[in-house]
Design a protein around this ligand. Sequence first.
Ligand SMILES: Cc1cc2nc3c(=O)[nH]c(=O)nc-3n(C[C@H](O)[C@H](O)[C@H](O)COP(=O)(O)OP(=O)(O)OC[C@H]3O[C@@H](n4cnc5c(N)ncnc54)[C@H](O)[C@@H]3O)c2cc1C
Length: 317
Amino acid sequence: MTATTSETGTPVLPLILAEVEVRRVERLTPAFVRIELGADALADFGVDGPLYDQRIKLLFPGPHGLPDLNDPALQGPGWWQAWQAMPEETRGCVRTYTIRDVVGTGTDTRIVVDFVLHLAEGATGPGSLWAAEAKIGDRIGLLAPRKGFPYGGIEFAPGVAQRLLLVGDETAVPAVASILEDLPDDAAGKVYLEVPSDGDVLDLRVPAGVQLAWLPRNGARHGERACKAVLALFNLQYDADEQVEVIDPDLWETPTYSSSGEEIEPGSEPAGGLYAWVAGEAAMVTRLRRHLVRDAGLDRKQVAFMGYWRIGVAMKS
Ligand SMILES: Cc1cc2nc3c(=O)[nH]c(=O)nc-3n(C[C@H](O)[C@H](O)[C@H](O)COP(=O)(O)OP(=O)(O)OC[C@H]3O[C@@H](n4cnc5c(N)ncnc54)[C@H](O)[C@@H]3O)c2cc1C
């Protein structure tokens, strides 16, 4: 993305790249902490239409803290190249999160993010660690949509589908919660959300025609409960011994993009029927994709399969 020019002739980035401050912290459940992030720069935040699963990037301080995001090199036309040229220790650690909500207006606009805490030994990273200790006044960096400019980052696109199938693990709960809030009252479908424990079940807005099933793992293998429930819906058996090789840890298969290089048919007709949106740990998503596309025959143009994270792998910026 290149910078563009404001009415006054000053260059403006077509997105917000700014330092934000923690304004509120709420421990929702054992696994979720809700954090409100604010900054004057968020007065320019805006998305054309509903937020749905709008993703953003957060920058967590590296060993040398955060870079100066007001540096003209990062706020000008060559910001991306300037960013890439920084050593990783200076750039900070970039991770992807979902906008759970936006509250306040003008310079008091705050972006709400629900962080999953994964604090088990050897299974945590800069995002989870920062969220676990966050307190009012702490600062991180944010990349988010700027009002009036295309940003992308919304995958939920059911078109004219009459029924929805939404499946996610805890990392996709914020996205599904936001999608559910933005759905029309007459939406219909099924939602399966696998979370670490009984205590992580949240109170969400759900349209009357949508059935939401919470699937607490309570120690079961990650993805097992979600896969079993979804496969049963299509009369398919869950095989605990099935080998699921995650060839693509950045698995991202949507009607408009394929991380595996699958051919995308351009300009296809909108289809009715079922639209499936599946996000979470890459092995869970890979398994569901295999069975829903191959065995249940779901139309490639009516599904979005997104690996949000991968067991044992730190996400790349
Ligand atoms: C589009 C998109 C939207 C997302 N939205 C959210 C969101 O709203 N909230 C949210 O919390 N996450 C969200 N995620 C997932 C988040 O980006 C990853 O979980 C990320 O790995 C967290 O970074 P980290 O620095 O904590 O861990 P990393 O440094 O990436 O990983 C370190 C270790 O932690 C493990 N790990 C990572 N995530 C988890 C987890 N959830 N449970 C257990 N172990 C884990 C890894 O396997 C690795 O071993 C989203 C991801 C994408 C792609």
